[in-house]
Design a protein around this ligand. Structure first.
Ligand code: PAF
Length: 282
């Protein structure tokens, strides 16, 4: 595995590769990222993973400085997964001048995460487009854990006619179903136990919908109430159309229940998909 830090060396290295699968990351790698690398490995001869903590997607009040930077461990883990190249640019390499052209994301970026993290998806879309232009992959793998990000990246490549296939990787969970996240390492022992509740609450909403309850607003409010009773500060629990992320309608078949909430200073997100096979016939 090669570790490359500059753009011209990366381009020279990839010039003759006919199939490149790309996994963009911010490092702090865990089994969730590695599962995406394994998907990439199955799909292409050359697997590129990037590690870059992208300042553009952090608000000044967020944890850019504290975000885990574990490059040596990350490279060891990527080598174990047989990644071909790790691209770890310095900030001045990716942003040699102030980034003034920005990708203005689709309106779906202003809801859910975007409502609570203004500018987040503009920062994500801008760095992802830059990385696409540098790596020029045929395949890119994103995780379903960041469901809205995955949706917006699909829209980005569709609406800009970018010749790349986006592949979605399933969320990897701990034994108690907590979705793996780079930020989980900052949970206290007590908070780590409580953290599993987010998935439980979202799954409960999913079951209630599967049982025929279509009062989505009530289900969302009830889920948020349960979280707050257990000490969470809930940003949202939302039942959405799985493919558009518009608020769910009773006739929708494919849905997703998304949630974001804080335990102390740690903000967690998660989601569960559901398919109502029978509703078209009802
Ligand atoms: O999902 C992430 O880790 C980041 O948002 C991404 C896609 C690497 C862009 O910085």
């Amino acid at each position: 595995m090669e570790v490359v830090t500059d753009i011209s060396s990366l381009r020279a290295r990839l010039k003759h590769e006919s199939s490149v699968a790309f996994v963009p990351t911010m490092g702090g790698l865990h089994e969730g990222h590695l599962s995406l690398v394994r998907i990439a490995r199955e799909r292409a001869g050359c697997v590129v993973a990037s590690i870059f903590v992208n300042r553009l997607q952090f608000a000044p009040t967020e944890d850019f400085e504290q975000y885990p930077r574990t490059l040596a461990d990350d490279c060891r883990l990527l080598a174990q997964q047989d990644a071909t190249v790790v691209f770890t640019p310095a900030e001045r390499t990716l942003y040699p001048v102030r980034q003034e052209f920005m990708v203005e994301p689709a309106p779906a970026a202003n809801t859910l995460e975007g409502k609570f993290r203004p500018g987040f998806f503009q920062g994500v879309a801008t760095v992802v487009l830059k990385l696409f232009n540098i790596v020029q992959p045929q395949i890119v793998v994103f995780g379903k854990k960041d469901y809205q990000q995955l949706h917006l990246m699909r829209e980005l490549v569709k609406q800009f006619n970018y010749p790349v296939e986006i592949v979605a990787g399933e969320t990897v969970r701990a034994a108690d179903n907590l979705a793996l996240s780079s930020r989980n390492r900052y949970l206290s022992t007590e908070a780590r136990v409580e953290a599993a509740r987010l998935y439980q609450v979202l799954t409960q909403v999913k079951r209630q919908i599967e049982d025929g309850n279509t009062c989505f607003h009530d289900l969302e409010q009830n889920a948020a109430r349960i979280l707050s009773q257990h000490g969470w500060k809930t940003d949202y629990v939302a039942v959405r159309h799985a493919h558009t992320l518009a608020p769910a309608k009773t006739e929708d078949e494919d849905m997703v229940v998304l949630g974001a909430a804080r335990l102390g200073t740690i903000r967690l997100i998660d989601n569960v998909e559901l398919r109502r096979e029978s509703c078209a016939k009802e």
